[in-house]
Ligand binder design. Sequence first.
Ligand code: SAM
Length: 273
Amino acid sequence: MISNNHNYVHGYSPVEGFRLADQARTLASLLHHGIRFEKGARVLEAGCGIGAQTILLAGNSPGARITSMDISKESLREAQKRVIRAGFTNVVFQEGDITHTSFERGSFDHIFLCFVLEHLVHPLATLAHLTSLLVPGGTITVIEGDHGSTVFYPHSDAARETIRVLIDMQAEKGGNALIGRELYPLLSQAGLADLSVEPLIVYVDATRPDLVDGFIEKTFTAMVAGVEGEAVSSGRISQERWDEGLKGLRRTKEKDGTFCYTFFRAFGSVPLQ
Ligand SMILES: C[S@@+](CC[C@H](N)C(=O)[O-])C[C@H]1O[C@@H](n2cnc3c(N)ncnc32)[C@H](O)[C@@H]1O
């Protein structure tokens, strides 16, 4: 029976669902610019979660036929509600494990993954499997973060420690919070051609109050805060140090603070025979 991915460091709480929605809204123009699929194209969204990216894909490519897959039944239920609420009719949902689907070879023209490879134990094998589902000339788009790219002012050792704890927890579950920098070799080893990787930088200071709230607070700090229970109860860090770290992250939201993070967006296509 398929169930939630228990290696998934962020978990499936309603709070995490809100965070994914805030994150997608805040980063929509940065991450989705230029992603448009042609009328009639068969698109697989692998690891759709609660549908935060799905509604952006469906809205930007109204003529595409999107299949959105996730291993979590609860997330899919939420995603379906979101898509219906937004009024889109070009998405179907499928519960399944994207590491070994039962789709036939050549079932899709395009595949889209966002913030998913970082949680997989075998990202390369999954990319190779997903690539086999594409027609020759089909494309794959992968978006991932890289927590090692985080820089901020003022400096806080405690804040850096909380980020390090999250990176370590994810690694212990077989994931990789530093995977953004590896997208080029991963796509290349999966046999994709015409590769291009773009670093997409989010830079925040007081001149961007929307990002101070939407990115520093509701995306990044909320993501770190979300693992507090396990981080502290496992003894990786004391409660006091953790609190100090979150305070340090939030300190960057003040008038003189700055915050910078890099996402990586990679495109590749299946070579024509
Ligand atoms: C960080 S969320 C990202 C969701 C969505 N792409 C977004 O950006 O909002 C990662 C999602 O990948 C899903 N996932 C993890 N491993 C999976 C697997 N093996 N098969 C299918 N979905 C998986 C999780 O259930 C979760 O919903």
